[in-house]
Write a new protein. Structure first.
Length: 261
């Protein structure tokens, strides 16, 4: 799908799923604003050629090396002022905003009785409050353009299924899904698509470090496998596809390219 002329913000763009989405959008002609909490991300422990730990500058640089346009912006999504600055910087640099991908997320693994309150607060701040604020601050420009647009978030199977010690995380992803499905109806008249993408079990830092009961038999997909469905969602408007929770593994079978509406 050709995204020439479109401008996209992607949070959590320094590694894993976020980096893959940034590179995929850039390869299809989008101008990509790569955002993450720090300019250097070494927490993944292992360097991967394309999708492991790294920097927002490195992600942006890879897009430029491929002939695209990109801007790296440091943004702590728990800080409302930094989120507003991210949107403002995007508009100042590129003059518009067409696509918003709220990918940044964190876990809070612990039984409820042992869950640290500060960790729970941060999980909710990153996984629920931040996507809400990103939409709140991005929508005025997207609506004013009058050309529609696309917003989508990254969810988890944990939103619908119990996993030991992950009640807080599951709660955050369930709230995220409900928020986006409600927002889809609110901005439908402005032709802005709002969808939820479930990537499945992927070879990311969070999954490599977690020993999730009952998941060891599930093979982990590579981050680049998120690119085709993410690019397709980025090209949608409310008139074509909105208000859906969709799985990467179903792309091309029940939704997306090659599937009749």
């Amino acid at each position: 799908m050709n995204l020439d002329g479109k401008v996209a913000i992607v949070t959590g763009g320094s590694r894993g799923i976020g980096r893959a989405i940034c590179l995929g959008l850039g390869a299809q002609g989008a101008k990509v604003v790569v955002a993450a909490r720090t300019e250097m991300d070494t927490s993944a422990g292992t360097q991967y050629e394309k999708y492991g730990s790294g920097t927002i500058g490195d992600t942006a640089g890879r897009i430029r090396q491929g002939g695209g346009e990109a801007l790296a912006v440091k943004c702590d999504v728990t800080n409302a002022e930094e989120i507003q600055r991210l949107v403002d910087t995007t508009l100042e640099h590129f003059g518009r905003l067409d696509v918003l991908v709220t990918n940044a997320g964190i876990d809070c693994e612990s039984p409820v009785v042992d869950l640290d309150v500060e960790l729970l607060d941060r999980c909710l701040a990153v996984n629920v409050r931040a996507p809400f604020l990103l939409c709140k601050f991005s929508l005025p420009a997207m609506v004013a353009q009058g050309t529609g647009g696309s917003i989508f978030c990254i969810t988890s199977g944990s939103a619908k299924a119990y996993r030991e010690g992950r009640v807080g995380y599951s709660m955050s992803k369930a709230a995220l899904e409900r928020m986006f499905l409600s927002l889809a109806e609110e901005v439908r008249p402005q032709n802005i698509a709002v969808n939820v993408l479930e990537p499945g079990r992927m070879d990311t830092w969070m999954n490599r470090r977690g020993d999730w009961p009952g998941t060891a038999h599930i093979p982990m997909a590579q981050p680049e496998e998120i690119i085709p469905p993410a690019v397709w969602l980025a090209g949608q408007t409310a008139s074509t596809f909105t208000g859906q929770v969709v799985a990467r593994t179903d792309f091309g079978a029940t939704w997306g390219d090659g599937v009749s509406a």
